[in-house]
Design a binder for this molecule. Structure first.
Ligand SMILES: O=C(O)[C@H](O)[C@H](O)COP(=O)(O)O
Length: 298
């Protein structure tokens, strides 16, 4: 049964079990540009206790570099090596697993600059994405209908500028059987201050349904992402904890990876949703917010 962290002793006991903490971002650390209460204090405290912090987000709109700038704005110094985003995970998958043939080495992007930047980092040329010509209304005269024969894959992720033009051209590439279909993540929604918004998964579902194809999803809960993180940071999974706000991505990612799990209620989930699960599916711990760790230790 999931245990709620409500006392200083419970928090001390919780912290004593783990040396490494993997943090989801949206819904745990912040809601869009709104940092959640006592997050900076909590992360600073954990660092002072010698804990290793790694940030694992399914949000593909920003590259690791752009995320370091977002952390900086909140007064937190985080290096790109401490951040794993689904855009990075997708680029690594394409580079090291999908291994596109030389003659089909380009990628069509349905998504934002974070994906384009991470693809460029691994030497993959991309089309589409944030290209402003795609903001134009779609017509059958669209120049993008002249498909690039060197495109060997589609990567689809969260795109807050999604429109019919982008969906129509993405579908044309997905109707080519030899073009691979990669999704950055499956999140149906994501939390913003006071509301829930359509996530990458809901956008990707549009072209998956239209094309009749199912993508390979590279973000949480895909364990390839966990393996990449463990390979880079070399921590003991038995003494690591995944902290997240979504049961079917963050908590599944942590549980399947053999990590401890802490669910916070500042994002998508509720206590009722936790208790509706089988005991084995529930997070080990839950809390109203991440900042409770700092507040309860005072
Ligand atoms: O793609 C989305 O729907 C959102 O960006 C995603 O849900 C947020 O990612 P998180 O930081 O919660 O993993």
């Amino acid at each position: 049964m999931s245990q709620k962290l409500t006392t200083k002793q419970e928090v001390e006991q919780f912290l004593s079990q783990y040396d490494t903490f993997l943090f989801d971002c949206d819904g745990v650390l912040w809601l869009g540009t709104h940092i959640l209460p006592k997050v900076v204090e909590t992360l600073t405290l954990l660092r002072s206790l010698g804990k290793k912090l790694i940030f694992v987000t399914n949000n593909s709109t920003k590259s690791r570099r752009e995320y370091t700038q977002k952390f900086e704005k909140f007064g937190l110094t985080v290096t790109a090596e401490e951040i794993f985003g689904s855009a990075f995970a997708s680029a690594v998958y394409l580079k090291n697993v999908a291994k596109l043939p030389k003659e089909k080495s380009k990628v069509w992007v349905l998504g934002q600059s974070g994906i384009e930047e991470e693809l460029a980092e691994v030497g993959i040329e991309s089309l589409g994405g944030s290209n402003q010509a795609l903001d134009e209304e779609f017509t059958t005269e669209s120049p993008f209908l002249k498909l690039d024969p060197e495109v060997g894959a589609v990567i689809a992720g969260l795109d807050t500028k999604v429109n019919y033009h982008r969906l129509a051209i993405t579908l044309q590439y997905l109707l080519q059987p030899d073009v691979k279909f990669i999704a950055t993540n499956i999140d149906s929604t994501y939390p913003q201050k006071g509301m829930i918004l359509p996530g990458a998964g809901s956008i990707i579902e549009s072209v998956a349904f239209a094309s009749g194809r199912t993508p390979v999803a590279c973000g949480k809960p895909n364990q390839a992402m966990m393996e990449a993180i463990v390979a880079q940071h070399g921590f003991d999974k038995k003494r690591a904890c995944m902290v997240g706000d979504r049961l079917n991505t963050d908590m599944k990612f942590g549980r399947d990876g053999g990590l401890g799990t802490l669910l916070v209620l500042t994002g998508i989930e509720t206590v009722d949703k936790i208790h509706a699960l089988e005991a084995s599916e529930q997070p080990l711990y839950f809390a109203d917010k991440l900042g409770d760790i700092f507040e309860l230790l005072q």
